[in-house]
Design a protein around this ligand. Structure first.
Ligand code: 13P
Ligand code: SF4
Length: 325
């Protein structure tokens, strides 16, 4: 782990420090808030001021009065926080923490796609770059995608990007045909239907729950489909005792904390890999988070013309969401 060892080199971390104590101390000194996604490693979730899904994290970013936001998530999430807070410092522990969905939708190709579909409004999943947000009419997350699509009159042609699986799920939920950009999440497309069937035989009473980024042949076996927050709520409130959880395995930490007496089984990936862990999310570590807070870098910057254009569809989503609350 050259990466990890380097962090303790010259100007790096003093190995005698208690990182949990130091992070708390720096947080107060910097007037900082730590926002973490459910897919972060357990230590990061435990030290965060708020742990949530993409919608909850965006709301927190929109409402905080702290001077510094440490975003323990991936690049598009920190970028969203910066779009909402141009005057605050937003740091991401590892600048290379990307997302296969955001990467699958380069702005130049997306502009050509929009141009090829005149008259269409553009609904973009928050898992995209600021430049793609800037080309969109409204942003959605997995918590509100169907409701956001229903904002448009039934005869309004729509483009949905960049996740084709979430898009197909929203089509089934709303009965709306949409033109789908063909992106996928590398974590959620890896689940094995055959192994899921075997697990169901071994655990006949387990509830199968899934994130809508999963492929349709996986989703058809789920009794509950929803965002990470929704899956967490389902485990907490359900009468069932066992759950097969088809999303990134990091969420199991909060699930087990909020329902310690329930049995959680991580959804089985193809092969013997740990590919139900997002390699981008997992680039962040407690050490890198400490350094980001100490050095206030790597900081996220968004060119002002893109930020202003991206803010509009984002604010539309947040306003809709507040009106519904
Ligand atoms: P939510 O937490 O909003 O459901 O998103 C899942 C995800 O894949 C984030 O990258
Ligand atoms: Fe992107 Fe999938 Fe990782 Fe979420 S889990 S950050 S959608 S690659």
């Amino acid at each position: 782990m050259a990466d990890g060892l380097d962090l303790y080199g010259e100007h790096g971390i003093d190995p005698s420090l208690d990182l949990f104590d130091e992070i708390e101390r720096l947080k107060r000194a910097r007037n900082a808030i730590i926002l973490a996604h459910y897919y972060q490693e357990p230590d990061i979730q435990d030290i965060a001021d708020y742990v949530g899904d993409s919608l909850g994290l965006s709301r927190q970013a929109a409402e905080t009065d702290c001077d510094v936001i440490v975003f323990a998530g991936v690049h598009f999430m920190a970028e969203t926080a910066k779009i909402l807070n141009p005057d605050k410092t937003v740091v991401l522990p590892d600048l290379l923490a990307g997302c296969s969905l955001a990467d699958a939708c380069p702005p130049d190709r997306f502009q050509a796609f929009i141009d090829a579909h005149p008259g269409h409004k553009v609904v973009s999943y928050i898992n995209c770059s600021a430049a793609v947000k800037a080309m969109s009419d409204v942003i959605c997350t997995s918590s509100n995608a169907a409701d956001v699509v229903r904002l448009f009159p039934a005869d309004q042609p729509l483009i949905f990007a960049p996740d084709r699986n979430l898009g197909a799920y929203v089509q089934r939920e709303t009965g709306r045909e949409m033109v789908l950009w063909q992106g996928t999440c590398q974590v959620h497309e890896i689940f094995s239907e055959k192994k899921l069937m075997q697990l169901k035989v071994q655990h006949p009473d387990a509830a199968v729950i899934a994130h809508p980024e999963c492929e349709p042949h996986i989703l058809r076996h789920a009794e509950h489909i929803g965002s990470t927050s929704s899956l967490l709520g389902y485990v907490k409130d359900s009468d069932k005792r066992e759950f097969i959880v088809l999303t990134e395995a990091g969420i199991l930490h909060q699930m087990q904390k909020s329902a310690p007496d329930k049995t959680l089984i991580a959804g089985p990936p193809e092969g013997n890999c740990a590919c139900n862990e997002c390699p981008h999310m997992r680039r962040n570590t407690l050490e890198k988070l400490y350094l980001a807070l100490r050095d206030l870098k790597p900081a996220i910057e968004v060119p002002e013309h893109i930020r202003v254009a991206a803010l509009k569809p984002l604010a539309r989503m947040l306003a809709k969401d507040l009106a519904a609350a």
